[in-house]
Design a protein around this ligand. Structure first.
Ligand SMILES: [Zn+2]
Length: 289
């Protein structure tokens, strides 16, 4: 009974915090209400409490904090797999048009996804976190921001016209951090958005669906050897083509998914590095083309 009382108290507290920490127009950009409710489970509560107690998000993974480099993490021991909690997200921009996907491009790796934005458009933090870098890179990211989040991800926002946060500042999901722009190596204003786990770039489209303004699933299973780099980065011929994903639901089988997307089971296995004997997990996201 006592535990229940505390839990109810915390949930009420959370609702109070979320109502107070966002302005009206930010509320409109928040995740749909069912996602928000789902976020109020004990894991999310633990995360919230930890984030509030900790000056340094995801310190258990990173062990250090530096304002220097975007992705120089040579000394880190990356876990074989890690479940990244995506609840509590906010889409970084309300714009929906992807102008360039993640993957090899012009003989170099495009480590992020480009979203069409106009100069002056609001860019907001994708999750709660702490601003690690606010810098300018003339021949690269332009004016950019890197934020480390408590779920272990780091997000990068490039080509901004204005940076509105300072290094080491604590930010909330949905908080305005900068304005869209065309600075650095960029032709035409857009947001270059990266998601990285301990320095390793993950295709943001595996987690964020910009056209639908939603997350792909509540969590994303990072696999060190499973190759999110490979899944998105080794299919040169498919660049420019649409990549489709399927979130496993109750009753799904490989053959049902194969029929639905019109791809063979062996292709499904190859794309996802699984075998026909692999047990599908509920909520697991499979690449289907
Ligand atoms: Zn880009």
């Amino acid at each position: 009974m006592k535990f229940n009382f505390i839990k109810i108290f915390l949930i009420a507290g959370l609702a109070f915090i979320s109502l107070n920490s966002f302005s009206q127009d930010l509320i409109a950009r928040q995740a749909p209400i069912d996602k928000k409710l789902k976020a109020v489970d004990s894991l999310a509560l633990q995360r919230q409490i930890r984030a509030e107690q900790s000056e340094y998000p995801a310190l258990d993974l990173y062990a250090s904090w530096s304002n220097e480099f975007v992705h120089r993490y040579k000394d880190l021991k990356v876990p074989d797999s890690y479940n990244i909690d995506l609840t509590g997200f906010c889409m970084p921009t309300t714009n929906t048009k992807v102008t360039s996907p993640y993957g090899p491009r012009w003989r170099r790796m495009h480590n992020g996804i480009d979203i069409k934005v106009y100069v002056g458009d609001s860019i907001v933090s994708a999750f709660d976190g702490k601003v690690r870098i606010v810098k300018y890179e003339r021949s690269g990211y332009g004016k950019y921001i890197v934020i480390r989040h408590d779920n272990g991800l780091e997000t990068v926002y490039g080509h901004l016209s204005k940076q509105l946060v300072k290094e080491n500042q604590i930010v909330k999901a949905g908080e305005l951090i900068g304005l869209g722009g065309n600075t650095g190596r960029s032709t035409g204003s857009h947001l270059h958005f990266e998601t990285r786990f301990m320095g390793i770039a993950i295709n943001p489209a595996l987690m964020f669906n910009f056209p639908k303004q939603d997350i792909v699933a509540d969590n994303y299973l990072f696999r060190k050897s499973g190759g999110q780099r490979n899944i998105a980065g080794s299919h040169d011929s498919e660049i420019g083509g649409e990549i489709r994903y399927h979130k496993v639901k109750s009753g799904d089988t490989l053959s049902r998914i194969s029929k639905r997307y019109g791809v063979s089971i062996s292709t499904l296995c190859k794309l996802n590095r699984i075998t026909t004997k692999t047990t599908l997990r509920l909520g697991q996201v499979l690449r289907c083309s």
